[in-house]
Ligand binder design. Sequence first.
Ligand SMILES: Nc1nc2c(ncn2[C@@H]2O[C@H](COP(=O)(O)OP(=O)(O)OP(=O)(O)O)[C@@H](O)[C@H]2O)c(=O)[nH]1
Ligand SMILES: [Mg+2]
Length: 428
Amino acid sequence: MFTDSAKIVIQSGKGGDGHVSFRRELFVPAGGPDGGDGGKGGDIIFEVYDGLNTLADFRHIRKYAAQNGEPGGKRRCHGSNGADLVIRVPEGTVIRDDESGKIIADMSGENRRMVLLRGGRGGIGNMHFATSTMQAPNYAKPGQPGKSLCVRLELKVIADVGLVGFPNVGKSTLLSRVSNAKPEIANYHFTTLKPHLGVVELGIGESFVMADLPGLIEGASEGVGLGYHFLKHVERTKVLVHVVDAASVEGRDPVEDVKKIREELGKYEKSLLLKPQLIAANKIDSIIPNEEGEDPIARLRAAFSPELPVYPISGVTGAGIRELEYALLNLLKQTDRKPTVFEPEMEISYTSDQELPYTVVREKEHLFVVEGPRVEKMLGYTNLESEKGFDFFQKFLREQGILKKLEQAGIQEGDTVRMYGHEFDYYK
Ligand SMILES: Nc1nc2c(ncn2[C@@H]2O[C@H](COP(=O)(O)OP(=O)(O)OP(=O)(O)O)[C@@H](O)[C@H]2O)c(=O)[nH]1
Ligand SMILES: [Mg+2]
C-alpha cells in the first residue's frame, strides 16, 4: 500500500547530569570540587534521502529516540554526548506538529538536513560552583530534559505538471502515453488510488515530471471520497492539466466538469486557481457529433479560452499529444520550476533552563542550612533589612520550592535556617 502520511513520536536525548565530587589526593586535605559536566543529549535530525519515495517505513516503527547524554564523572570527567538520531525521509516530506497541525519543517528545496529536536544540554558539575563563600558546593546541575513530540509526516508529490479530472476521463492513459510511467488503466472509476509520476522527455534538457492523480469528485474539497487526500499533491505542481472526456463516453458534460473541478480546487485552496492551467480535451477519437452538430471542442473553447487554452487529444491514438507536450513545456518555461517550499508555522519551544541547584541540609536538631548559587546570588541582591526586600526573598524561596524542601526535611516553627551567614527563624 502506498503511504503518503505517517504519524510518529520523536524524542531527543536528555542531557547527562553534572557530577558532585571532591578532589582526593595524598597530602591535599580538603580537595576542591571536581565533579565533571554531563554530556549533551542526542538531537533528532531529519535528512532527505534520495533513494526514498514513500513514507512506508514509518508504518513499522513509530517511535524514534536519540540517545541520552552520560552523566559527568569524578576528576572533571565530561560525560559523553548522546548519539544523534538521523531520520531519513523522501524529499518533499512536510513535518507537522500533530496536535496543532502546524508546519514545523518542509524537507524540500534547500532544506535537506535539519535538527528538528535539540537534545538537552548536559548539566554542569560542581567544579563550576565553587565561590569565595562556598568552597565545597554539594550540588551540580541536572541535565536538561529531552523533548518528545508527536509529528505527522506528509509526502507531497513534487511534479511540474499535475493531471486533474473526474474518474475515468483518461488521466492515466495520457501519462502512460507521454512518459515511461506504467500506471494502471481500466474502464472503471478510481482505478488510480495513488499518485504516479512520469518523466516526459522532449529532448536534451527539455523534460518535465507529470503526476497522474486519483480522480476527483464533487465535494472532494470537503473530504467526500478519496480526493481530499490528494488535493494536497496538486499544491506542489506548477501547471495543471484539466483532463476531460470530450466524447462524453459516460454522458458527462466536459464544460461542466472543468467548472466543477475548478470549484473544488478553489474551495480547497484559492491559490490553486492561480496556477497556469490548460484543458486536455481527451477521447477525441470517439467524438460522435450530435444532431445539432455541436462540437465539444468548440464549446470548451467558447467557455474557457483564452484563459484556459484547449488541446484536443486522444490518449489512445496519440492525436494532439505532441502539441500538448510542447504547450506544457512552454508554460513551464515561463514559470518558476522550483517546487513550492512551505514556510514553517511554528518553532519548537523547549522548557526553560533547569533552575540552578541547591541543597537543604539539617545540620542540627533545629538548624537547617540552605546552599546554592542562586540563593547566594539572591541574598546579595536583596536588601533584607527592608520589609519589601524580605517579602521578596520569601517569595523567591517559596517559588523555588525551597520552603517545601525545608518542610520535607522536617523543619518546625521557631527553627533556624542558615544561608550564607544569614540566619532566619522559620515561621509559617
Ligand atoms: N476512446 C478512448 N478511450 C480512452 C482514451 N483515454 C482513455 N480511455 C479509456 O478510458 C478508460 C479510463 O482510462 P484511465 O486512463 O484509467 O482513466 P483515469 O482518468 O486515469 O481514471 P481514474 O484513475 O479512475 O481516475 C479506459 O478504459 C481507457 O482505455 C481515449 O483517448 N480514447
Ligand atoms: Mg487513473
